[in-house]
Design a protein around this ligand. Structure first.
Ligand code: X8Z
Ligand code: ZN
Length: 627
């Protein structure tokens, strides 16, 4: 995750004693005589001073959050909560001050700054409630970081595991009893205890959003895309409809293969896939289940995990591969402070938030990665993802503070993934990770890739479909879990491996819910990264099938990418998209083009097996008919 303007740790609620400074500065220069409209110059000065103050606040807040995420204790949680409270205190003042400039005719750039500023001013009028939400927010994220799966059944009964170990069980485990036990242990241990606090957290978020004039917090989130919130919802729906048929073909094929492996218990009567059998505890990316789904005769292809281990590439070495890719495009190396201050390896002696994130500490060059790296193919890609955030952050440092963001948050999430799409067999040969003679089977490679990228789409979509409904009241507290499963079933076609109730709180078992990071950004990123990749591949002169293109070492592609990154959020995102791709809309056609040969193959497999894509919905979403 990158630190962003919304409820991600950094700039959600922000900090500081600069609050005092701010009141002085703004009070001093600001108050025009009553009745006299402020001038454009005053508006300019107000924004310039606000940007200075916000940058200082953000830096202090970043340090508090960095320490908390790297050393979870009651004290660091309290310090982080304090920082976010101070930011909310400042926001209250700013929200009052900006009103003076409402309705003014301003030059476009200045008007955009006011608009972005208003979107970032989340707070609560009541100081007690500010304290309460800050404590809830850091507490929920901290609890997720400290979370354990304690088994009450199966071969591991009595053991308590942390998330990395749990994820390894899903990646490599093939015993359905053990998988179910692990799934249940994580959801019961981490999700359920958050339920009451999350309910209150939502109430307070809505209250703050309404104080700013938004319908609810979901509407505030959806207002971040240079279009009306309703228009944005429709865009997301349009994109999903573009790719849904592909997902359903993949789902049907994988379902058949899982039944081969596990028998009838892999599916419900409705045709839903049991969610613990897909290689990932959230069933969000499925490539670890690839060995169960590989095309007959394709073998296992090359195994990047095995190669990395065999070549003794360590955690730092993995990050160097990522940095090297960006350097090959013409970007400067990462600063020494990045290597000195990042966290790459899970410490043994303290609790940390292991979920990977990329940090821009001071808007100047103190960039960091925080990640409990495992030497495997998945983390090789995640490192590129995270470095995409860091290189984006550095590229827009030339912009004024309010424009130091991605064109939209989906762009920020897409950059590193775009780079990682260039990790083709040919690329791996060029950097010496794959021996020259190795042939890789195209269908197998595409299938493995689709099991991550296509499988992710409905997951990327449903998390915020759920949160938007929670925030607008369509799913009140008594429906949190049934609403969650309604959407998991509708979009992903997966079922809980054991019946659930409203005592459970399964959304809490996914990092971004307790950490309050909006999730539609990842859905968008999974569309955008293929659009970006197609544009850069063309720029690099690749004419072959899209999935074989790598723009590694291509300076023209690098220049094109960098030009877009440097824009930050200074322009509406369609302008940034156009600068790089010539297109002004987000568009699923690039994903479809990339995977076209696989779609044909999947449809043929499904037809031959008599597997009809699709599923029906159970009467009770919490209890689909497991066999
Ligand atoms: O959270 C992340 C990144 C950090 S922004 C590791 N991702 C989502 C997730 O893990 O759920 C990347 C893909 C989706
Ligand atoms: Zn990210």
């Amino acid at each position: 995750m990158m630190m962003s303007n919304t409820p991600a740790p950094l700039r959600l609620f922000s900090s500081v004693g600069a609050l005092l400074a701010a009141s002085l500065i703004l009070g001093g220069c600001g108050d025009a005589p009553a009745g006299k409209a402020p001038t454009v110059e005053e508006a300019e000065r107000f924004i310039a001073e606000t940007e200075d103050m916000l940058m200082e606040l953000a830096t202090r807040e970043a340090r508090a959050y960095w320490v908390q995420a790297n050393f979870i204790t009651d004290d660091t949680e309290a310090i982080a909560a304090q920082a976010s409270q101070e930011r909310m205190d400042a926001n209250i003042k700013l929200a009052g001050d900006v009103k003076r400039f409402d309705g003014m005719e301003l030059p476009p750039e200045l008007a955009r700054k006011f608009q972005l500023l208003k979107l970032s001013l989340f707070s609560l009028g009541d100081p007690k409630e500010r304290e309460e939400i800050a404590t809830l927010s850091t507490g929920l994220e901290g609890d997720y970081g400290k979370g354990r799966a304690c088994f009450d059944e199966g071969p591991r009964k009595g053991e308590c595991l942390e998330i990395g170990e749990v994820e390894r069980i899903f990646a490599y485990g093939r015993d359905p009893e053990e998988l179910r036990a692990a799934w249940k242990a994580w959801h019961d241990g981490v999700g359920a205890p958050m339920r009451e606090r999350y309910t209150r957290f939502i109430q307070l978020q809505n209250k703050g959003a309404r104080e700013l004039g938004f319908k609810d917090m979901g509407a505030m989130w959806r207002s971040n895309y240079d279009m009306a919130p309703e228009e944005f919802s429709a865009e997301v729906e349009r994109l999903w409809e573009q790719v849904r048929p592909f997902y359903e073909s993949l789902h049907a094929y994988i379902r058949t293969r899982l039944v081969k492996q596990y028998g009838d218990r892999a599916v419900t009567d409705e045709g839903l896939i049991r969610a613990d059998l897909l290689g990932n505890i959230w069933a969000q990316e499925w490539s670890y289940a690839y060995p169960l789904a590989a095309p007959p005769g394709a073998g296992r292809g090359y195994d990047l995990t095995a190669i990395l281990r065999q070549k003794k590439v360590d955690e730092l070495g993995m990050v160097r591969f990522g940095e090297n890719f960006f350097k090959s495009l013409g970007f400067d190396p990462l600063p020494q402070s990045f290597w000195d201050r990042s966290l790459f390896v899970k410490p043994r002696d303290r609790e940390v938030v292991c979920h990977a994130s990329a940090w821009d500490m001071d808007s100047k060059g103190d960039l960091r990665l925080k990640m409990c790296i495992q030497v495997d193919a998945e983390d090789f890609v995640t490192i590129h993802h995270e470095l995409g955030h860091n290189f984006y952050q550095r590229a827009y440092h030339g912009q004024p503070f309010l424009f130091q963001e991605g064109a939209n948050d989906g762009f920020h999430e897409a950059i590193g993934d775009t780079i990682a799409l260039s990790i083709t067999p040919d690329y791996l040969k060029r950097v010496g990770l794959l021996p020259g003679g190795v042939q890789s089977d195209d269908t197998g490679r595409l299938l493995r890739q689709a099991m991550d990228k296509i499988a992710f789409l409905p997951f990327g979509l449903m998390i915020d479909q759920w949160r938007w409904k929670v925030m607008d009241g369509s799913y009140p507290a008594g429906r949190y879990n049934s609403g969650w499963w309604e959407l998991r079933e509708k979009y992903q076609g997966v079922a809980p491996p054991v019946a659930r109730t409203e005592k459970d709180f399964d959304p809490g078992a996914k990092y971004h819910v307790p950490a309050n990071v909006p999730y539609t950004r990842y859905f968008l990123a999974h569309i955008l990264q293929f659009q970006f990749y197609r544009a850069l591949a063309r720029e690099a002169g690749c004419t072959g099938p899209l999935h074989d293109c790598s723009f590694y070492d291509d300076k023209a592609a690098g220049a094109k990418l960098r030009a877009m990154l440097e824009l930050g959020r200074s322009k509406p995102w369609p302008d940034a998209l156009e600068a790089m791709t010539g297109e002004r809309r987000m568009d699923g056609s690039a994903v479809m083009e990339y995977f076209a040969p696989l779609k044909e193959w999947l449809d043929a497999q499904n037809a031959a097996a008599g597997a009809k894509p699709g599923w029906t919905l159970p009467k009770d979403p919490l209890a689909p008919s497991l066999r």
